[in-house]
Structures are given as structure tokens and as C-alpha cells.
Design a protein around this ligand. Structure first.
Ligand code: ADP
Ligand code: 5GP
Length: 211
């Protein structure tokens, strides 16, 4: 069976655990390619240019937009974030499942461009735990945390646009569940149209021959 790569969008409120989950998913399974976004936000302690993000100036980001170098971009809490086109297209052609860890405006733009994209939304077990994780990460000021919690309220209105919600309570079970959902998505008829057509062709030839 000809296995094509799927474009997988993973969204979720800030602090839900997307970054942690994606790191584990690519460590534990082979076929995933994690796209590295460009952003105008400042690096957090421990983040490296080209690993977590490509950290760029506003001018460089706007140049990328003008050149058509991003498949989507959005403004989130005062900064630009966008997905570089080249990497995604190359990895999909090579048959790999490409993961975009992006927020909801970007997710909806991807859905419009790639009808077979799979949209997953990572949820915390409850809102208190979300705030605990976001604060416990220790990377944002109280003011930024407040803005991100307010943005979570807005984002929660769009969850129905996604194909699946996944609750990140126990990390390992959540990674496993994400992998299983993606594996099942590969077996939907609309992602296997060529294979189905091939079998139909073979069947009709065989059926005629055996009359
Ligand atoms: P996001 O990328 O969604 O903003 P992170 O991956 O940075 O979130 O996770 C936010 C914080 O929550 C981090 O400190 C991380 O270690 C912690 N965390 C992530 N998943 C879990 C989990 N299942 N249980 C407890 N803590 C978690
Ligand atoms: P953070 O600053 O916490 O790394 O990311 C903030 C938000 O931006 C998260 O919801 C994250 O998923 C989103 N994000 C990261 N990269 C991209 C991107 O390339 N495009 C869009 N639309 N959102 C992104």
C-alpha cells in the first residue's frame, strides 16, 4: 500500500503540553517530521535558533511573507509565528507525517489549503492544571501568562473545528493516543483514493476473466 505523508496540526492552549508531547512523539516513533516555525518572539532560556524556532526580526518575517515562503502565519499575543514552506513540502513528498505545532488561526488556514490535514487539539485535564503548568514552566512573566490565559478563553471557542481532542493528563498515554489517532487516520478511504482505485481496477479485470 502506497503510504503518503499526512499533514498533522497540533494546537492547544499555551501550557497544555504540546511541546513536551511532540518531543516525545518524534523520539518514540520513526515516521514523524516536526516542522520548525519562524517567530519574532524572543528565545526563552534554553531555546536554540533552528531547534525550537527560527528566531527572526519583524522585518525578516515580513520579507518571508512577501516571498511566499510561509504556508501559513498568524499573530499570537503580539508576535508573528509562521510555518516555512520548503521543509513541509519536501517531507510530505518523502512520505513522512509532518507535524505543525501551531495555534488556531494557522490551523484553520492549513485546513483550507490541505483538505486531508488532520487537526488535533491538546487539552489539559482541567483549567487549574493549565495555569499550574504555564506558571510552573517559569518562562513567562505574570503579565504574559495572563494574556495567554485570556487567549485560551478565545481559542476554546474554536475547538469544534478540530478532528480530535486529546487530553494530556498522563504524558506517556497521551503520546500513545496521539500516535494511534494518526495511524488510524492513514486508513481513511479519502486518504487512500489511489489504492482504492487500483484495487477496483484489478477486481474488474479479474472478475471479467473468471466469467
Ligand atoms: P505548550 O508547548 O503547550 O505551551 P509545554 O510542553 O511547554 O506546553 O508544557 C508546559 C509545562 O507543563 C512544562 O513545564 C511541562 O513540563 C509540563 N507538562 C507537560 N505535559 C505534562 C503532563 N502530562 N503532566 C504534567 N506536566 C506536564
Ligand atoms: P510559544 O510562544 O508558546 O512557543 O507559542 C505560542 C503559540 O504559537 C502556540 O500556540 C504555538 O502552537 C503557536 N505557534 C508556533 N509556531 C507557529 C506557527 O508557525 N504558526 C502559527 N500559526 N502558530 C504557531
Amino acid at each position: 500500500m502506497n503510504r503518503k505523508g499526512i499533514l498533522i496540526v497540533v494546537s492547544g492552549f499555551s501550557g497544555a503540553g504540546k511541546g513536551t508531547l511532540m518531543k516525545k512523539l518524534v523520539q518514540e516513533y520513526d515516521n514523524y517530521a516536526l516542522s520548525v516555525s519562524a517567530t519574532t518572539r524572543a528565545p526563552r532560556a534554553g531555546e536554540e535558533d533552528g531547534r525550537e524556532y527560527f528566531f527572526v526580526t519583524k522585518e525578516a518575517f515580513e520579507r518571508k511573507i512577501a516571498e511566499g515562503g510561509l504556508i501559513e502565519y498568524a499573530c499570537y499575543c503580539g508576535n508573528y509565528y509562521g510555518t516555512p514552506r520548503d521543509y513541509v513540502e519536501k517531507q510530505l513528498e518523502a512520505g513522512r507525517d509532518v507535524i505543525l505545532e501551531i495555534e488556531i488561526q494557522g490551523a484553520l488556514k492549513i485546513r483550507k489549503q490541505f483538505s486531508s490535514a488532520l487537526l488535533l487539539f491538546v487539552m489539559p485535564p482541567d483549567a487549574q492544571e493549565l495555569k499550574r503548568r504555564l506558571t510552573g514552566r517559569g518562562t513567562e512573566t505574570a503579565e504574559v501568562i495572563e494574556r495567554r490565559m485570556a487567549r485560551a478563553v478565545e481559542e476554546s471557542e474554536g475547538i469544534e473545528e478540530y478532528d480530535y481532542i486529546v487530553v494530556n493528563d498522563d504524558l506517556e498515554s497521551c503520546v500513545k493516543q496521539l500516535h494511534e489517532i494518526i495511524a488510524a487516520a492513514h486508513n481513511t478511504p479519502f486518504r487512500n483514493e489511489e489504492f482504492i482505485e487500483k484495487i477496483r481496477g484489478e477486481l474488474s479485470v479479474l472478475a471479467k476473466g473468471e466469467k
